[in-house]
Design a protein around this ligand. Structure first.
Ligand SMILES: Nc1ncnc2c1ncn2[C@@H]1O[C@H](COP(=O)(O)OP(=O)(O)OP(=O)(O)O)[C@@H](O)[C@H]1O
Ligand SMILES: [Mg+2]
Length: 256
């Protein structure tokens, strides 16, 4: 579904900075992949390239049979609208609109869905997300966890092939974090959404099928889940400590 092939990214500026160096990996249809690594290691850069917000300096990305960076602007807009969903840390929801209005926004922009079709999808998704009761609330009235679930709802409303999430639990308390990760797990299993998620939290990443570790812009290691989430979690913590860098989350590790 996704092939990242020898991707490098150099930011040009006063001093050129090589943020990614020769990164290659594949993601299968329906896989749930976590991306971990110290601050500044290139995780967001990688996600931005896969989401086509940014392009690689060299190398290619193939996504669902297309090479998005080779598409023209119009083709790219339609490719994104149909196949990709995003959850970023600054959720980019419209504060004065309601939860429901924010959720249907991608569908109304697309223009090819009837109102009843949109309504059905909103209700179905809102049930799964546990936000049916707050559909008519405005964003500024919500808690952090509710906002995050709304952002996930909006990212999934058009049934994207690939969901890209950059620290979707970044500023949530542990209760809301548990809700969001169980939700992503459920969406992955029930809707076969392929997910790529950046996280610093080893508990959150232990819900993934596989973790890619990035250090200094290069792939450092890869772990598969195996039989038990507990041992997966222990292995993740071990790779993180091997990797060094910022261990800000290891000092406050919660038991899974
Ligand atoms: N637009 C840019 N121009 C120049 N350098 C950049 C730009 N964006 C990121 N960088 C640099 O590239 C490196 C990788 O940044 P990136 O945002 O990908 O890190 P990250 O792994 O997401 O870190 P964090 O965990 O803190 O979010 C950093 O050293 C950063 O300073
Ligand atoms: Mg980042």
């Amino acid at each position: 579904m996704l092939t990242v092939n020898h991707v490098s990214k150099t930011y040009s500026g006063k001093v050129a900075y090589r943020a990614l160096e020769d990164v290659s990996f594949d993601v299968k249809d329906g896989e749930y992949v976590g991306i971990m690594g110290p601050s500044g290691s290139g995780k967001t850069t990688l996600l931005n390239i896969m989401s086509t917000i940014d392009s690689p300096t060299s190398g290619t990305v193939q996504l669902d049979g297309e090479i998005p960076h080779a598409l023209n602007e119009k083709q790219l807009a339609s490719f994104r609208a149909k196949k990709l969903g995003f959850v970023f840390q600054n959720f980019q929801l419209l504060d004065t609109l309601t939860v429901e209005e924010n959720m249907v926004l991608p569908l109304t922009l697309d223009g090819s869905h009837s109102i009843s079709e949109m309504q059905d999808r909103v209700w179905q998704l809102a049930d799964k997300l546990g936000i049916r009761e707050i559909l008519n609330n405005r964003i500024y009235e919500l808690s952090g966890g509710q906002i995050q679930r709304t952002a996930i709802g909006r990212a999934l409303i058009h049934k994207p092939k690939l969901l890209l999430a950059d620290e979707p639990t970044g500023n949530l308390d542990s209760r809301a974090t548990t809700d969001v990760m169980e939700l992503l797990h459920k969406m992955n299993k029930e809707e076969q959404t392929t997910i790529l998620m950046v996280t610093h939290d080893p508990v959150v990443s232990s819900y993934c099928d596989r973790i890619l570790f990035i250090k200094d812009g290069q792939l450092f290691n890869e772990l598969y889940k195996g039989e038990h989430r507990e041992s997966f979690y222990q292995n993740i913590v071990q790779v993180l400590s091997l990797m060094g860098g910022d261990n800000r989350d290891l000092s406050s590790v919660r038991l899974p």
